[in-house]
Ligand binder design. Structure first.
Ligand SMILES: [Zn+2]
Length: 125
């Protein structure tokens, strides 16, 4: 398994274990973790995420900068649970968008086939 770009390769077993723990916390961040997120747009640099902790503390996560986060943990490790959780969200949303685009494409193809059938049958649309 290769690590996603936003998680640096661990140099020691301890680092690998720490990443696994952070990854585990990230997986439940927006559920059991009690965190919430908001996708912020309107900034020229592109959308970013505002993550709010159960204590009201907020963090900025930037997908365009390898899910760089404003939290102190990220400063020391170049990865964090907020970044990993947002990356998972982002991947889900991208998959959703792709599925929608594929569905739109299929609809368009079906419409073209239907239109052609109408024309072939001697009718003009
Ligand atoms: Zn963070």
């Amino acid at each position: 398994m290769t690590l996603p770009i936003y998680i640096p390769a661990p140099k020691t077993v301890q680092e690998a274990l720490q990443q696994a723990c952070v990854n585990e916390r990230a997986a439940v961040l927006f559920t059991a973790g009690g965190y919430s997120w908001e996708r912020m747009t309107g900034c020229q640099a592109g959308p970013w995420y505002l993550v709010t902790g159960p204590d009201g503390q907020t963090y900025n996560v930037d997908p365009l900068l390898g899910y760089k986060c404003s939290c102190p943990f990220w400063q020391g490790h170049e990865f964090c649970k907020h970044g990993i959780a947002v990356a998972a969200l982002d991947a889900d949303m991208q998959a959703e968008r792709q599925a929608e685009e594929e569905a739109d494409g299929r609809l368009l193809a079906a419409e073209t086939v239907a239109e052609r059938a109408i024309i072939n049958a001697g009718f003009r649309p």
